[in-house]
Design a protein around this ligand. Structure first.
Ligand SMILES: CC(C)(COP(=O)(O)OP(=O)(O)OC[C@H]1O[C@@H](n2cnc3c(N)ncnc32)[C@H](O)[C@@H]1OP(=O)(O)O)[C@@H](O)C(=O)NCCC(=O)NCCS
Length: 433
């Protein structure tokens, strides 16, 4: 028997042990926590510290103590714009203070001095097959800039735990300032006939991104809103946790963010925003291009669940209500694109999916998360290439995770090393003979 066949037999024999432990002995304590938490991805185990954001299951996210509406209202905005400077939000994430307009604009100016992307990044992107997923391109572009790391140079020239945050902050800011151009370059190269648009350094983070994407205002405000909404969701989600984990080995911001972006590319995490649009397009296709009715959607939702797939954009590991990031984008749609066809379909899904998920009886949270709504706005402004959506999420997520690893170094957090046990040890704890 070959290796793979032997392995298959072992897996088939092992699976019932894990299932039994979960089903019959999930509540057995292993110290302060249970077998279910140990097998089930560490749900609810308090083992991470962050002050950048906090996720309450019923209220949703707060950034540095501020709700989403408070952040949008209190932070300074570019003249004539409805949404805040991303740079001012970075100031808030790092310090916990709402910056004045002058302070935010100082960060805007600082970002411009750091924004130039090295030519070799474009060369590497151009050398990649054009059908590579944009998240691969995005992650590779971040990783390849590791040679610029000030933190790595600091480490090699004599590391000091007390001042390590300084070069981590420098790397984090250098990286962030370059992400809009990298993301927009990937977009224009891959989807718009290889027509990159040069940056306009007179613009802020969101404004310059919209300019380089080639999408007119108010897309600049959409970009500001989108990046802020997707920035952080405390530390336990896959992208934040991965970035933190890799940085805990004193890997620099380039290694760490690239790893976090790879985690974001998973369909159960950031890729869900692309999956939502893919799912809806599938519905259209199956109906021969006809706009689905509520009845059509009910049928397709059940078909999806019966096929064993998840409803993308619904459910959450921590939240137990509609995600306020969903609500915030829904309010944008109600204000700026109330009659948009896709918005109508997504709203119909919102009316039927929670009830279906409740009836299905598996998901602990039947309510929509951020990803259920975000594609609608992008689509409306002409960004219909939905496999690019996770890159947008990644630019936003970088704000939160980079603020976190700067503070990780400031506080000298330890290298992560949770303890694992064997299945036999769990069976012993459960009293299984
Ligand atoms: C987000 C997500 C990964 C959280 O996973 P989780 O913490 O394990 O969620 P739960 O504890 O509620 O899962 C319990 C069960 O419900 C299922 N479930 C959860 N959300 C579901 C959904 N949207 N559709 C169908 N089933 C779902 C899970 O797959 C799991 O099934 P299992 O027991 O057969 O493994 C999950 O809700 C999901 O896959 N959602 C769809 C993808 C998505 O929108 N991701 C973006 C998150 S921001």
């Amino acid at each position: 028997m070959g290796l793979k066949e032997v392995l298959k037999q072992k897996i088939d024999a092992h699976r019932p042990r894990t299932t039994r432990l979960l089903k019959e002995f999930g509540n057995v304590k292993l110290g302060e926590y249970t077998i279910e938490q140990c097998i089930g991805g560490g749900r609810g185990i308090k083992s991470l510290v962050t002050d950048i954001s906090y996720l309450d299951p019923m209220e949703g996210i707060r950034f540095r103590g501020y709700t989403i509406p408070e952040v949008m209202e209190k932070l300074p905005k570019p003249d004539g714009k409805d949404y805040p400077y991303v740079e001012g939000f970075w100031y808030l994430l790092l310090t916990g203070d709402i910056p004045t307009k002058a302070q935010a604009e100082e960060v805007v100016a600082d970002f411009k001095t750091r924004a130039q992307v090295p030519q070799y990044v474009f060369d590497i992107l151009r050398a990649m097959p054009r059908d590579e997923h944009p998240m691969v391109m995005f992650s590779a572009a971040i990783l390849v800039m590791q040679r610029e790391s000030k933190f790595a140079k600091f480490y090699n020239s004599g590391f000091n735990k007390m001042t390590a945050w300084d070069s981590m902050y420098e790397d984090a800011t250098d990286l962030l300032a370059k992400l809009p151009e990298i993301a927009a370059y990937i977009y224009r190269m891959k989807y718009k006939g290889d027509t990159p648009i040069a940056p306009d350094y007179s613009l802020d983070f969101g404004g310059n991104f919209a300019h380089m994407m080639g999408i007119k205002p108010p897309y600049d405000d959409v970009a500001r809103m989108y990046f802020i909404l997707h920035s952080d969701h405390e530390s336990g989600n896959v992208s934040a946790h991965t970035t933190h984990l890799v940085a805990s080995a004193l890997s620099d911001a380039y290694y760490s963010l690239s790893a976090g972006i790879n985690g974001l590319a998973g369909p159960l995490h950031g890729l869900a925003n692309q999956e939502v649009l893919g799912w809806i397009q599938d519905v259209y296709q199956k109906l021969g291009g006809k706009v689905p009715t509520k009845e059509d959607l009910v049928k397709f939702l059940w078909d999806t669940l019966k096929s064993g797939a998840v409803i993308p954009g619904y459910g959450h590991a921590v939240l137990r209500k509609t995600d306020p990031r969903y609500t915030s984008q829904r309010e944008y749609c109600q204000k700026y694109l109330p009659n948009d066809e896709l918005f109508t379909v997504v709203s119909m899904i919102y009316e039927v999916a929670p009830g279906i998920l409740q009836e299905h009886g598996k998901a602990k949270n039947p309510w929509p998360n951020v990803d259920a709504q975000s594609g609608v706005i992008q689509w409306y402004y002409g960004l219909t290439e939905y496999d690019f959506y996770t890159v947008l999420f990644g630019v936003g997520r970088a704000l939160g995770v980079l603020a976190n690893i700067t503070w990780d170094r400031a506080l000298g957090y330890a290298i992560e090393r949770p303890k694992s046990v064997t299945t036999k040890m769990l069976e012993d704890a459960a009293g299984i003979q």
